[in-house]
Design a binder for this molecule. Structure first.
Ligand SMILES: Cc1cc2nc3c(=O)[nH]c(=O)nc-3n(C[C@H](O)[C@H](O)[C@H](O)COP(=O)(O)OP(=O)(O)OC[C@H]3O[C@@H](n4cnc5c(N)ncnc54)[C@H](O)[C@@H]3O)c2cc1C
Length: 415
């Protein structure tokens, strides 16, 4: 073994110091002080957020103030609520927002999926009627993609839209529709041409959730006692004006893939910071004396488990930086699938290990890392464990991520 070379590599590795330049740090400071000055005080934020499309009045005001100040979507131009921030500044933005526990909106699908899609694919009229009011927190949305027989294989969707005169008539069923019972509008994927190959013949319609013929049935969740986010949505002869078609008729498949691309290169840091906060909560708890006097941190298994989670989280952070630098150069960044897979699995395994280490007393021990935005979905390690399955399913299941990594990253043959 060439020791000289090995020590050189070690010295090189250990001398790497990642830091942001002064201009980027100034951007961070400006954001931080704006949030500190403008975030509504805790008593104003007391009214709970009941679902991912429910916006209490204080939350509408907060999102609107982010929009007006150019802090809602900083990478966008000012007229769309941004400040033309560079990709690096946007990454710092997401890092800081996650670190402070300040979500930008109570309707993440409206902000991150639907508004960008309407700007990309919609007419000027749709942009004016729907995208801008979404950014200004005047309307909320749900996304109607999944159906009982169309989830991972979304192209199998069967909710049917037929053109009749100047409108579409929609019949069918969606499932797992987050926030549908509170949303004003549905961004709905429908089959407009059943004769075409399955990835063709799909269209996207904007459907008023108050239309006659829509039945929304909430699905109770294991993790929550007081409210639910999921719904089944049934459409029976629902009329949709032809002007509510997004993009071209039968060309909706392209919209399904493109909507998250805007923030994908930066949003990973949000998840990494979330995991780091979770690990921070585990460390704090491990130092505390539990009822009965013992400390989790005295258990070698717990110590090594938390250390392992920390190492994995830092590996994810570095992988994220690598993906980000490719993204910023305009190159494909398959790291996203690895981050999604490893991040969601790490959350789940940490929550399970902590819940098991705590035993029955764990259900009373607050995590103290819940987003400070009204939702109570992370109140204990046991609840967080149940909640953590969502991250391994939504936005592409772990199995689908493994398929993507096998085929697109490792170049293994398709099954
Ligand atoms: C928190 C959360 C919020 C959601 N919100 C919405 C929403 O607002 N709107 C909406 O439309 N949908 C929503 N969904 C639904 C989500 O998009 C689907 O659950 C997801 O696409 C998986 O589809 P499915 O549940 O039908 O599972 P299926 O696709 O039926 O998969 C079942 C199992 O089979 C595995 N599997 C499937 N295909 C393959 C394959 N090719 N190779 C290997 N394994 C495979 C899957 O990994 C999974 O384990 C949400 C889901 C969650 C968890």
């Amino acid at each position: 073994m060439d020791l000289t070379r090995s020590s050189y590599i070690q010295a090189t590795i250990f001398s790497v110091r990642l830091h942001y330049d002064a201009e980027t740090e100034a951007f961070r400071d400006e954001l931080r002080s704006w949030i500190e000055t403008n975030l509504p005080p805790a008593d104003e934020r007391a009214e709970p957020v009941l679902s991912s499309a429910h916006m209490p009045e204080w939350a509408r005001r907060w999102q609107r103030s982010l929009f007006d100040a150019g802090w809602l979507v900083p990478g966008w131009p000012p007229e769309r609520g941004g400040r033309n921030a560079t990709p690096l500044q946007q990454m710092v933005y997401f890092e800081e927002v996650a670190r402070l526990g300040v979500p930008r909106t109570c309707n993440p699908q409206g902000l991150s999926i639907i508004a960008p899609s309407i700007y990309d694919w919609g007419t000027a009229d749709l942009q004016e009627r729907f995208a801008l009011p979404t950014l200004r927190a005047e309307i909320t949305w749900c996304v109607g993609m999944s159906e009982p027989d169309a989830g991972s294989d979304l192209a199998g969707l069967r909710t049917r839209a037929v053109v009749r005169g100047d409108r579409f008539i929609v019949n069918g069923q969606k499932v797992w529709t987050s926030g549908a019972h509170h949303a004003d509008w549905c961004f709905c994927f429908v089959r407009s041409d059943p004769e075409a190959p399955k990835h063709s013949g799909i269209s996207v319609l904007i459907i008023d959730m108050k239309s006659p013929g829509i039945l929304t049935r909430p699905i109770p969740e294991l993790t929550d006692r007081s409210h639910t986010d999921f719904n089944e949505v049934f459409f029976t002869d629902v009329e949709v004006p032809e002007g509510n078609l997004v993009g071209e008729l039968h060309h909706g498949w392209a919209i399904a893939g493109g909507s998250l691309a805007h923030e994908r290169g930066m949003l990973w840091i949000n998840e990494v910071v979330g995991i780091e906060r979770l690990i921070g909560a585990a460390v704090s708890l491990a130092r505390e004396h539990l009822p009965g006097g013992s400390r989790l941190g005295d258990d070698p298994h717990v110590r090594s488990m938390i250390a392992d989670a920390h190492i994995r989280s830092q590996a994810l952070r570095l992988l994220g930086y690598r993906g980000f630098s490719k993204f910023a150069r305009g190159e494909a960044s398959p790291e996203h699938s690895v981050l999604k897979l490893m991040g969601s699995e790490l959350r789940r395994s940490l929550a399970l290990e902590m819940a098991e280490a705590l035993g029955p007393s764990g259900s009373d021990l607050d995590l103290a890392v819940a987003p400070s935005y009204g939702r109570r979905d992370m109140e204990s390690w046991a609840v967080h464990y149940l909640q953590s399955f969502a991250g391994t399913i939504a936005g592409g299941t772990s199995e689908i991520q493994r398929n993507i990594i096998a085929e697109r990253v490792l170049g293994l043959p398709r099954r």
